[in-house]
Design a protein around this ligand. Structure first.
Ligand code: ACM
Ligand code: ZN
Length: 476
C-alpha cells in the first residue's frame, strides 16, 4: 500500500466498481478519522426519480470527507464509495471529487435457495456484498420443485413436507433441505433495508410446484402422490388450473409474504410450465370451456391474472418471468405486472412495447451466473458459458427500442440458479466477479464500455472481495 501511495495515483488505482459517472482526483490524502464523514441532505421540493434519490456527490480533501445527496439512498451510496476506498487505502485516502448517479433503478441479484438451501448467514454476507456494489434488489427465489423455503402458518405442510427432499448426494434415507424461520426472514428484510436493498420474494406458480404438490397433493391435476423433486429440470405436474382449492392456499401464502416483505414487489414465477397435465385434466378442460378459451395454454394467463390480482389487492406489484406474455389472447395481463426477461431480451422488449415495466436478465447475454466461467470440463456450472466479458457486455436496453420503450426498462439482474451449486463457497465462486461487471453496467451502462479499464479496476477490487472472505473466479 505504501508503494501505491508514494506513486502518482490514477483513477483506476482506486478500483471503484461500479465506476462513478464523474470522478476527478485532486491533490493530497485524507488521513483523518473515517467516523467523521460529513453527510448533508439537501432538501428538494420537487418529486425525485429513484435515480435522483440515489445520486450523491463526494468530496474528499486533506481535512474532510463530505457526502451530499437529496435522499438517504444517495448518502448511503456515497458511504459505499467511501467504504470501497477505505478497504484499499485504509486511513490514507486519495483526495477526489465524485458526482455520481445510477442509470437504472433496478439493479438486482437473484439467489435460488430451493435447488440448494443456504443458511441465513450466507444471505447476510451476500447482502453486504451486493450493497457494496450498489445493487439495490435482492430477488429471493423461495419456492421451487426441490424445496419450499418459507413457512405459512395455515398450511404447515408446505415446510414440514415441502422443504425436505431425498437426495442421492447424501444418504438416500436422510432428507435434505430446510426453510427460513419468520425471525430469519425478518432479519434479512431488516438488514436489507439498512443497506437500501429491497427484497423481492419469489413464489413460483403455476409450474415448478412439486414441493407444494408433495405437501398438498389435491392441488395437482392427478391427485398424486408427488415428491419434493430430487431431480432437476421441468416437470409435468403443476398446479391444477381447474381446481379452486389452489386459491385459498395462495391467498394465505401471499398474506404471509406481504406481511413479512414490506417492499412493493412480489414475484409469481410463471416460467417453464408444461401444459401436459392440463390437456388431460377434466377440471382444467372444464375451466377452459367455462372461460371460453381457445387453447389450454391460455389457462396460464388465467392463473397469472388471478395471482397478480391477489397481490394488487394487497398493494403489491406482481412480477413474472417472460412466459407470462404467452397465451394472453383472451384474458390479457394486468398492466401493473412487471415482466422479467430471461430467454434473451425479446420478452422484455415485447413487454415494454405493451406498456409493461421490464427487468432484463437474459440467460445467454451475461446474466446467468450458474453458467460456467470458462469452456472447460474442469469448471463447475450449468450447460452454457458466461464469461466475465460477456457479463460486462450486458446492456438492459437495445438500439432497436424506442425512447418510450426504453423508459419501461427498469434495469437488470444477475441470477444464480443452484442445481449444481452445492455450497455457499461455490455460490460465491459463481457470483464473483461476474456480478461486479453486471453491477457496473446497471450503474452506468452508457459510460462504462471499456472492458480493459474495468479489468484494471477489478484487479484492485479483488482485494475487497478477499477482505470480505469471498471466493471468486480469478480468470477472464
Ligand atoms: C428461468 O431461468 N427458468 C427463469
Ligand atoms: Zn387440472
Amino acid at each position: 500500500m505504501e508503494n501505491l501511495q508514494n506513486l502518482k495515483i490514477t483513477k483506476n488505482d482506486l478500483g471503484l466498481i461500479p465506476a462513478p459517472q464523474k470522478l476527478d482526483l485532486t491533490e493530497g490524502f485524507f488521513t483523518g478519522n473515517l467516523s467523521d464523514v460529513k453527510k448533508t441532505l439537501k432538501s428538494s421540493d420537487k418529486e425525485l426519480s429513484p435515480m435522483e434519490k440515489e445520486a450523491y456527490t463526494l468530496e474528499i480533501t486533506p481535512s474532510s470527507i463530505e457526502i451530499t445527496a437529496k435522499d438517504e439512498a444517495g448518502l448511503f451510496y456515497g458511504k459505499m464509495t467511501v467504504k470501497q476506498l477505505s478497504m484499499i487505502f485504509e486511513n490514507k485516502i486519495p483526495c477526489l471529487k465524485i458526482d455520481d448517479k445510477p442509470e437504472f433503478e433496478w439493479r438486482g441479484f437473484m439467489l435460488d435457495c430451493c435447488r440448494n438451501f443456504y443458511p441465513v448467514e450466507f444471505i447476510f454476507k451476500i447482502l453486504d456484498a451486493i450493497a457494496l456494489h450498489k445493487i439495490n434488489r435482492f430477488h429471493w427465489h423461495l419456492t421451487d420443485d426441490q424445496g419450499w423455503r418459507i413457512p405459512v402458518k395455515e398450511y404447515p405442510l408446505l415446510t414440514e413436507v415441502g422443504a425436505w427432499r431425498n437426495d442421492c448426494r447424501y444418504t438416500w434415507e436422510e432428507k435434505v433441505g430446510g426453510f427460513y424461520t419468520e425471525d430469519e426472514i425478518k432479519a434479512v428484510v431488516k438488514k436489507a433495508s439498512e443497506l437500501h436493498i429491497t427484497v423481492v420474494p419469489e413464489i413460483e406458480t403455476p409450474g415448478h410446484s412439486s414441493s407444494v404438490l408433495a405437501a398438498y397433493p389435491n392441488l395437482g391435476c392427478t391427485g398424486g402422490p408427488y415428491n419434493v423433486e430430487s431431480r432437476f429440470g421441468i416437470f409435468d405436474d403443476v398446479l391444477c388450473s381447474g381446481n379452486d382449492d389452489i386459491f385459498p392456499l395462495y391467498e394465505k401464502v401471499f398474506d404471509t409474504v406481504c406481511r413479512l416483505f414490506p417492499g412493493p414487489y412480489v414475484h409469481i414465477g410463471g416460467d417453464e410450465c408444461p401444459r401436459t397435465r392440463w390437456e388431460n385434466c377434466p377440471k382444467c378442460q372444464q375451466r377452459k370451456k367455462d372461460l371460453g378459451l381457445e387453447s389450454t395454454g391460455e389457462l396460464q394467463s388465467y392463473l397469472t391474472v388471478r395471482f397478480a390480482k391477489m397481490l394488487e389487492e394487497r398493494g403489491k406489484i406482481p412480477i413474472g418471468w417472460d412466459e407470462v406474455l404467452e397465451g394472453t389472447e383472451k384474458l390479457g395481463l394486468p398492466k401493473s405486472l412487471i415482466v422479467q426477461s430471461w430467454r434473451g431480451l425479446s420478452g422484455g422488449e415485447t413487454a415494454a412495447k405493451l406498456g409493461h415495466k421490464a427487468i432484463m436478465s437474459p440467460q445467454t447475454a451475461g446474466c446467468y451466473l450458474d453458467y460456467k466461467h470458462k469452456n472447460t470440463p474442469l469448471e463447475p456450472g450449468m450447460i452454457g458459458i458466461t464469461t466475465l466479458e460477456k457479463s460486462f457486455e450486458f446492456e438492459p436496453t437495445t438500439k432497436e427500442m424506442t425512447a418510450e420503450n426504453k423508459a419501461n426498462v427498469l434495469g437488470g439482474q444477475g441470477n444464480l440458479w443452484t442445481e449444481c451449486i452445492y455450497s455457499s463457497k461455490l455460490a460465491e465462486y459463481m457470483i464473483f466477479p461476474r456480478l461486479c461487471a453486471i453491477a457496473e453496467k446497471l450503474w452506468n451502462c452508457e459510460g462504462n464500455t471499456d472492458y480493459n479499464n474495468f479489468l484494471e479496476r477489478l484487479n484492485i477490487h479483488k482485494k475487497r472481495l478477499q477482505k470480505m472472505d469471498f471466493l471468486f473466479y480469478n480468470g477472464n
